[in-house]
Design a protein around this ligand. Structure first.
Ligand SMILES: [Zn+2]
Ligand SMILES: [Zn+2]
Length: 183
């Protein structure tokens, strides 16, 4: 099945069009993106759109919640990214990494980079658990960027605290010397 974009007049396959309900939009994706970018650069249109979304969410509360729940279930790592970056932003950290880059980093990470325990990307409910994945800022800079992060479990992150990674290793050596256990 193909369709002609009413804007650029190209004949394109269905995947080149966004859906509007069950029907395809009249503009192709790239034409629509250009149109939307232009339209929502206007402050009034932006406010109007926020109002429409808010109204929709109120009217279809259960549907929206169900959809979010399903999405979270199917995308545990992406869902984790939104939660974690949101939390760091709230704590005043500068986020200098985009969602896709972070997603590519964590895509194949299943274990804590320090203690190797299996990470649970799907925790529900309040507060992190010992095996919840966390972003550690290696040099404890305020900034979160691709060169400054390590994915470690919440337990290791709590133990490391505000130390830099170097200070943390020194601390571990200190503990090891002071309380050395003979096996
Ligand atoms: Zn087009
Ligand atoms: Zn760990």
């Amino acid at each position: 099945m193909t369709k002609v974009c009413s804007k650029c007049k190209r004949e394109l396959t269905e995947t080149h069009f966004y859906k509007c309900g069950t029907k395809l939009q009249n503009y192709c994706k790239s034409c629509y993106s250009k149109y939307a970018k232009n339209y929502y650069s206007n402050e009034d249109n932006k406010i109007q759109r926020r109002k429409t979304i808010k109204k929709y969410k109120l009217l279809h509360k259960n549907v929206v919640e169900e959809r979010i729940k399903r999405w979270r279930n199917n995308n545990p790592k992406r869902s984790w990214i939104y939660g974690t970056l949101g939390g760091h932003k709230k704590d005043g950290h500068k986020i200098m990494i985009d969602i896709e880059s972070l997603y590519n980093i964590i895509l194949y990470i299943e274990n804590c980079s320090i203690c190797n325990k299996t990470l649970n990307w799907r925790h529900k409910g309040r507060g992190p658990k010992p095996d919840s994945p966390t972003i550690d800022r290696i040099n404890n800079d305020n900034e979160i960027n691709i060169n400054n992060i390590m994915i470690i479990c919440n337990q290791c992150n709590t133990t490391k605290g505000s130390r830099t990674f170097k200070e943390f290793i020194k601390y571990c050596h200190y503990i090891n010397e002071k309380f050395y256990i003979e096996e």
